[in-house]
Design a protein around this ligand. Structure first.
Ligand code: FES
Ligand code: FES
Length: 181
């Protein structure tokens, strides 16, 4: 039998036990402590809706909700998630029924390549949870951490405002009416 290498032994020693909740499901993982939340979500939990682009905290593509607050998962070390509740884009839809914010983005054509969209949608969810009836300028400020490289922002802003008009934040069941045009 071949014994473990010093490198493998060192990696095992640095393994970190992480217990956290993702999209309502409890996970217990053994991870290396230098890994980011983004890496663990995509590589260990196969939740590839969360995108990595700049990996420097500049673009918002990797945003997830941590205890309801939008966070750049590329900047968070996974061990920091101990005991926390994370929501990714996969946690919004109810089966094949889109979350009302997702619905608004589709209805307003606010998605092109879609790379930024999970982060924008989650930022919108958090914005409307804290401010159910934002003004145009409040939506702009609320989404300023999200960069889109292809739609421009007008349709994104229109979608977010439509979701607000539909009362997304007032409807915890996620079954709000479709946004009005
Ligand atoms: S990939 Fe995390 S902010 Fe750009
Ligand atoms: S839809 Fe392509 S980056 Fe935003």
């Amino acid at each position: 039998m071949i014994g473990s290498t010093p490198e493998a032994a060192g990696q095992a020693e640095r393994s970190w036990s992480l217990s956290f909740t993702v999209n309502g499901e409890r996970h217990e993982l053994a991870i290396q402590p230098e890994r980011t939340l983004l890496e663990v979500l995509r590589e260990d939990l196969h939740l590839t809706g969360t995108k990595g682009a700049c990996l420097e905290g500049e673009c918002g593509s990797c945003i997830v909700l941590v205890d309801g607050v939008p966070q750049n998962s590329c900047l968070i070390l996974a061990p920091q998630m101990e005991g926390r509740e994370v929501v990714t884009i996969e946690g919004l839809a109810d089966g094949t029924v889109l979350d009302p914010v997702q619905r608004a983005f589709v209805d307003h054509g606010a998605v092109q390549c879609g790379f930024c969209t999970p982060g924008v949608v989650l930022s919108t969810k958090a914005l409307l949870a804290g401010n159910p009836h934002p003004t145009y300028d409040e939506v702009r400020r609320g989404l300023e951490g999200n960069i889109c490289r292809c739609t421009g922002y007008m349709k994104v802003l229109a979608a977010a405002l439509a979701a607000a008009r539909a009362g997304v934040a007032d409807d915890a069941s996620g079954q709000a009416d479709r946004p009005r045009p």
